[in-house]
Design a binder for this molecule. Structure first.
Ligand code: AMP
Length: 242
């Protein structure tokens, strides 16, 4: 079985290398504090650039709701706003990225979230003879992030996971997702106690990535008055210019 799996991986790697001689993949990292609007922006960019949206938070929540042993292991971290160990996150990322739908590259939403993960991602991409092309950073004040998270409601369907802001971008029908009509809920990590911990994790562990990535970072200032469309337009204009 192990030999068969290795053979399949080798064939997949070969097909990918052949495909990449025709079309270079593109990998973009999207950074921002919890509630900054990364998911909404990534969905729009993914459609515009035909790149897959890889949300580490969504992968972890899907794993958690599947009830698998890995899902049980990650639940304690996700519900309390702590980062899951790098080895677990990399395992999920590795198996996700090897899927054929990622052949054109990906927009990483919520990964990497600390320097050790950025190094592992670089090693991983170097093995595939590719690299991160741009890093988009959504810069939003802590006060605005807190307000966004407190009013955020998320689709309970793990395959959808769309989020809404009850004040600024509410669903058309209260409590129901516009996309799939599933019920909306408040994520357990969007409550006031956990929000404080997530903001601290972001400040201490994720923000240093801006220095790590240096010149490839494109920063966008945003407030709760900015619409998701205006942020998207600014990001697309900058991506086209670089
Ligand atoms: P998000 O949906 O991006 O807000 O992520 C929700 C939670 O998933 C985080 O608070 C962490 O517990 C976990 N998580 C997401 N991305 C990562 C990552 N790159 N490394 C470790 N844990 C992560």
């Amino acid at each position: 079985m192990a030999i068969a799996n290795r053979l399949v991986s080798a064939v997949q790697a070969l097909v990918r290398i052949l495909y990449w001689t025709l079309k270079r993949p593109r990998y973009i990292v999207l950074m921002g504090g919890p509630g900054a609007g990364k998911g909404t922006l990534a969905t729009r960019i993914s459609t515009a650039l035909k790149l897959e949206h890889l949300s580490m938070g969504d992968l972890l929540r899907r794993e958690k709701s599947s009830g698998s042993p890995l899902g049980k292991e990650v639940a304690g971290y996700v519900d309390t706003g702590q980062l899951v160990p790098d080895e677990l996150a990399m395992r999920l990322l590795d198996s996700e990225l090897s899927k054929w739908r990622y052949r054109n590259g990906a927009i990483f939403d919520g990964f990497p979230r600390r320097i050790s993960q950025a190094k592992l991602l670089d090693e991983f991409l170097t093995r595939l003879r590719t690299e991160i092309s741009q890093v988009i950073y959504l810069d939003i004040s802590q006060e605005d992030l807190i307000e966004r998270l407190a009013f955020r409601r998320t689709c309970s369907n793990p395959e959808c996971g769309r989020s809404y802001h009850l004040k600024f971008e509410p669903p058309k029908e209260p409590g129901r997702c516009d996309e799939c009509h599933s019920q909306l809920y408040q994520r357990p990590d969007d409550n006031a106690d956990v929000i404080a911990d997530r903001l601290a994790v972001f400040q201490q562990q994720t923000l240093p990535l801006l220095d790590y990535y240096g010149k490839v970072v494109l920063t966008f200032n945003s407030t709760n008055q900015s619409t998701s469309l205006s942020v998207f337009n600014a990001v697309m204009a900058a991506l086209k210019a670089t």
